[in-house]
Design a protein around this ligand. Sequence first.
Ligand code: SAM
Length: 267
Amino acid sequence: MPRRRVSNGMALARFRERSPVLGALAIQAVVFGVLYLLRPFAEEAMDAPVPLLWVMLAQGLLAGIVSRGFRFSLPWVVGQVIAPPLLLFALALDLPGWVFPVILLLLVLVFWNVAGNRVPLYLTNRTTAAALLELLPYKTKLHTADLGSGLGGTLLFLARARPEMQFTGLETAPLPFALSWLRGKLGGGGNLDFRFRDIFKEDLGQYDLVYCFLSPVPMARLYDKARTEMKPGSLFISNSFAVPERKPNRIVTVKDGRKTKLLIWKM
Ligand SMILES: C[S@@+](CC[C@H](N)C(=O)[O-])C[C@H]1O[C@@H](n2cnc3c(N)ncnc32)[C@H](O)[C@@H]1O
């Protein structure tokens, strides 16, 4: 029996690893079902209807506790706790019906790579981009890529500072890609392009330096790909996320608020 409990726990942990969005939704659904079944008993005991706000607060609290039990990280747990009361609040505002699907669609278009690759959108800050600029070798015709280029701000900054170099951003989240492409067309020089392309489908051999700011999940696979494809002497730089069992050749600690680490491997 204990062995079965351990293996069930491991199966759930694997499910969480593979698809945290579905895992979080499944927890909310199960908690909703339990509260739905318990509600008549609570109303009988109180001899009054349970206010919807209480139900939503209980839903959030229980979903948060269960999510923590399944070792979801803190931001996920906080999201699980606040989502049900927020939903109630939004419903109370009596917004037109189309608002919710539109918000959901926008979130999906921005956070496209969360469900599959577990890489959300967050941005390299300007202090880190400046530190990265210092790391660009002083040679013309070098080609640098930002793997998962987000809104394109990092590459725009680098491309303006080093007009003699070539810069390419790869991105598959539709909305960030569209925005970065537009920014590149409007404000970038001829040395910058953004491609709607999966980083795992790109030949990294054409780049002298690749930069990425992703998450722990794709790092081992991406590093192996870089090792296989990149030219000897080229640089692979990861903002914050390490590669399991592969020590970087150099670590630069950036003087920003979070003491960002740029991990640098020479291929
Ligand atoms: C944390 S953001 C970093 C954005 C930008 N590089 C920066 O530092 O400001 C990571 C980005 O990688 C993108 N991404 C994740 N997996 C990807 C993949 N397989 N192919 C292309 N883009 C990907 C995500 O959509 C997200 O926009």
